[in-house]
Structure formats: C-alpha cells, structure tokens
Design a protein. Structure first.
Length: 248
C-alpha cells in the first residue's frame, strides 16, 4: 500500500469510529469535542527539510479535546523511503495540555513519531514539547521548544544514542476585512542526529493562507542554510509549497 493510501485509510477509519453517531459530529458531550481534517500539499517539509523528495504528500489529522485543556491528536503524512528505512508513512501521536491565561496560551505535551513499515529498524522516537503564544491585537507570536531525550532512533552510527533540540519562533497576522492571513517562521535544529541528517541548521519560511468556510488554501516560501540530499534531490533547497486543506 502506498504512503498516500496508508495515511488516507488511517484517517478515514478513525473518523468512521468517532463519527458513527450523527450527534457526535463535533460536541461529544461531557466537555469533549472532536475535530479533523485532510490536506493535499505539494511538498511535506519538516523543519525545512523535505520528507517527500520535494514531491506531493497527502496528510490527515484527528483530535479529541476536553474543556479542561487536555487533548489527544493523531496526525499522518505520506513520506519518501529515505526518511525511515523504507517506510512510506509518518504518524504523529500526540498527548498534550493547553491553557489560556488572558492573551497568553501555554501548550505542552509529548509527541511520538511512528513510522510503520520501516523494516524492523528502530526509527520511532518521542519528543516532549512546549510552546507559549501571545496575542498582540490581531497578531499572534509563538515560541516553541521541542526536546528529544537520548534515544537509539536518533543515532547516526546505529550504536550510540542521540538527543534532539529544536527551537522555533512563529508569527501570524490576519489582513483586516479579508480571509487572508500572513505567517512567518524561523527555527534552529541544535543537534546533529538522524532526523537532521547529521547537520545543525536553521530553517525559515514566509507564507499566506486564504480560509473560506472549511477550506484553506496556503502558499509558503521555505528555505534552510544547509544542503542535504534525499533520492538524488536537494531536499533542503528553497522552494514554494502550496497546500489545500479541508477541516471537518
């Protein structure tokens, strides 16, 4: 089964389970709510590096949240085989807690990267994260830290264990009286490990998105200060990434 088909089947099966009752479409009662979406994207970039050899990807997500602030999310994408020893899909399993204090939102939790079909190789790893978002009028600024403790899956030599540290800053602002929003991002990977292809580097992007009802059309310019190759292509090269998403 291809990566596109695998991700599609995972998401559709999850949505079928949680939406089996019409009344449970959004508000499940008891403080629980559910949301999901699917996205077609011209290139899946993870921290600036293409995970699809600068080609198309299909992605999907579903999230179950509670009024207390706790949530669980499953996110998936098709990937190229160089990412995780032949695996053609990435699944991110997330458990977190989000709380807003006035105009400030704190969000933290644990993210587990799962790569089905990686041929028995230890490619899966866990990464705790925390972010702080601050609303400044209509604009929002966010700082994020992702830290992965030493794990065998992050090693470069197959023997030792490596850790990971990624720090990022993001900004977004809507254009008044339009469905358009502008975004900016800069991040730095401090560790030379498997997911950074053995490089310490910086990535950045500038983007815009148009949201009409449940659809979002996005475009972004993405670049890094490193040079990395996947299957004969420079997967860290600057590029324009387009996406079309549907939320439900």
């Amino acid at each position: 089964m291809s990566g596109f088909a695998r991700v599609f089947c995972y998401v559709v099966s999850l949505l079928t389970l949680v939406r089996s009752e019409p009344a449970a479409a959004d508000d499940l009662g008891g403080g629980f709510a559910i949301s999901g979406g699917m996205t077609a994207i011209s290139d899946y970039r993870f921290r600036g590096i293409s995970q699809t050899n600068r080609r198309f990807a299909m992605q999907g997500t579903i999230s179950l949240g509670h009024a207390s602030g706790f949530y669980g999310t499953v996110w998936g994408s098709s990937i190229d085989d160089y990412v995780a020893n032949g695996s053609d899909a990435e699944l991110d399993l997330i458990l977190g807690y989000k709380k807003t204090f006035g105009s400030t939102t704190v969000d933290g939790g644990l993210l587990y990267y799962y790569y089905p079909g990686s041929g028995g190789v230890n490619s899966d790893f866990a990464e705790p994260y925390i972010s702080v978002s601050q609303a400044l009028g209509a604009a929002t600024l966010k700082g994020t830290v992702n830290w992965a403790p030493k794990q065998a899956a992050l090693t470069l030599d197959g023997i030792s264990k490596k850790s990971g540290l990624y720090v990022a800053a993001d900004g977004s602002v809507p254009i008044p009286k339009t469905p358009v929003s502008l975004t900016a991002h800069v991040g730095h990977s401090f560790e030379e490990n498997y997911i950074t292809f053995g490089e310490e580097y910086t990535d950045w992007s500038l983007g815009a998105a148009v949201t009409l009802e449940n659809f979002t059309l996005g475009i972004a310019y993405v670049d890094t200060d490193t040079t990395l190759y996947g299957n004969s292509r420079n997967i860290s090269k600057a590029g324009v990434v387009a996406s079309l998403g549907l939320a439900f």
